[in-house]
Ligand binder design. Structure first.
Ligand code: PMP
Length: 416
């Protein structure tokens, strides 16, 4: 792994970072790839690719139940990755880190386990208007099953939570507050610690959808006041199909299992089964072992670069990108919050987002177009879809320039 910066240094060496990512060497339509779809999924550094390949080449075996050497080594590596994620999220105990398939499964786990045990008819679950479908639908399912109500806090025209309205919606009926750390459609960084204080004042738990929080800066679940924090490996330069859920230890211990199967039990008879303590209680079946090992490598890779340096790099790039996009006639940004991560969603008066995406693709610029699994956000801003350029640690000013040049071509093609 290249030492792109030391954790304490102030500036990220983007050229060194780029050398860590083999895919950035490839071309698309005979041009260098400009990858600006990081909010959907990030590329993988050599450190992660090697960790996964080495695991399969040297260690592969099922974990936790083998006495043979490979199984013990595989178990050690998987548990070491759990420790890496504990450290990455600032949790106190490894028992608080549950391996999942990703953010979606983490939120469903909380809804179906904590939610079904603690929420009843007349109770309320509070979310916001900017949530990803993964932080809406699990709560709707819980409401259908329990008779609880889903309450949605409004957002303003910049895409920020209206905190006065939010505070007025928190009451003794509120049992769960679930909010995205960073909006994938708008880029807004939400005031999680303040939201946590409001939730805790009424005895509610705070669930944080951290899918877009983890990759962009330092996360400290304790400072945030998160009772649960869900994230996905593939959004933080790790493998797909793996993620973690942080849960406060006392809460996890009191929660019923989410799925039944091997690994999560203490004893099984046909009359009754008893369950292992957390996190095993929530990890039924064989997990994505190599993925977990790769996720641990991703967390350590990001730490080796320095989360503050990453945050600063992306903030500078966002400022530059916002300025440059303003030069494109007829382009309107959707999401103009004061505190924003590197997500630039926009619409153009001359072309539909899908046409924009297609023209950009021919220029080797990869962006996402659509509703970004946040249809209520699109409704709030009165657009069917947006185009979204989202930044990662390897992006450069030159790539922003390539995006803007390609957008000028969109104007030419559609005669704007
Ligand atoms: N929440 C947010 C804010 C997201 O951006 C995403 C992924 N687009 C998710 C949740 C779901 O993540 P995953 O598909 O990895 O489970």
């Amino acid at each position: 792994m290249a030492a792109a910066t030391s954790p304490t240094s102030t500036k990220l060496d983007v050229e060194a970072v780029r050398r860590d990512f083999p895919i950035l060497q490839r071309e698309v339509y005979d041009r260098p790839l400009v990858y600006l779809d990081n909010a959907a999924s990030t590329q993988k550094p050599r450190a992660v690719i090697d960790a996964v390949a080495t695991f399969y080449e040297t260690t592969n075996a099922n974990i936790h139940r083998g006495v043979h050497r490979l199984s013990q080594e595989a178990t050690d590596q998987f548990e070491d990755a759990r420790e890496a994620m504990r450290d990455f999220l600032g949790a106190t105990k490894v028992e608080e880190i549950v391996f999942t398939r990703g953010t979606t499964e983490g939120i469903n786990l909380v809804a179906m386990s904590y939610g079904r045990a603690n929420v009843g008819a007349g109770d309320e679950i509070l979310i916001t208007h900017m949530e990803h479908h993964s932080n809406i639908v699990p709560w709707q399912l819980l409401c259908e099953q329990t008779g609880a109500q889903l309450v949605v806090a409004p957002i303003n025209d910049d895409g920020e939570i209206d905190m006065d309205a939010f505070a007025s919606l928190v009451s003794e009926r509120t049992k769960i507050v679930s909010v995205g750390h960073v909006s994938n459609a708008l880029g807004t960084i939400n005031p999680i610690a303040e939201i946590g204080r409001l939730a805790h004042e009424v005895g509610a738990v705070l669930v944080v959808d951290g899918a877009q929080g983890c990759p962009h800066g330092a996360v400290d679940v304790q400072a945030l006041g998160a009772d649960f924090y869900a994230c996905s490996g593939h959004k933080m330069y790790g493998p797909t199909g793996v993620g973690v859920l942080y849960g406060r230890h006392d809460l996890l211990e009191a929660m019923p299992p989410y799925q039944g199967g091997g690994e999560m039990i203490r004893t099984v008879t046909f009359e009754k089964s008893t369950y292992a303590p957390s996190p095993a209680k929530f990890e039924a079946g064989t997990p994505n072992i190599a993925g977990g090992v790769g996720l641990g490598a991703a967390a350590r890779y990001l730490q080796s670069i320095g989360l503050e340096a990453i945050e600063r790099h992306e903030a500078e790039l966002l400022a530059y990108g916002t300025e440059r996009l303003a030069e494109v006639d007829g382009l309107r940004m959707v999401g103009t919050a004061r505190r924003k991560a590197g997500v630039m969603g926009f619409v153009m008066d001359c072309a539909h987002p899908h046409d924009i995406g297609t023209i950009l693709d021919r220029e080797a610029v990869a962006v996402r177009t659509g509703h970004h699994c946040a249809q209520p956000v699109m409704d709030r801003f009165g657009v069917p879809a947006t185009s979204r350029a989202s930044l990662g640690i390897y992006n450069t000013r030159e790539e922003i320039d390539a995006l803007v040049d390609a957008l000028q071509q969109v104007r030419e093609v559609f005669g704007g």
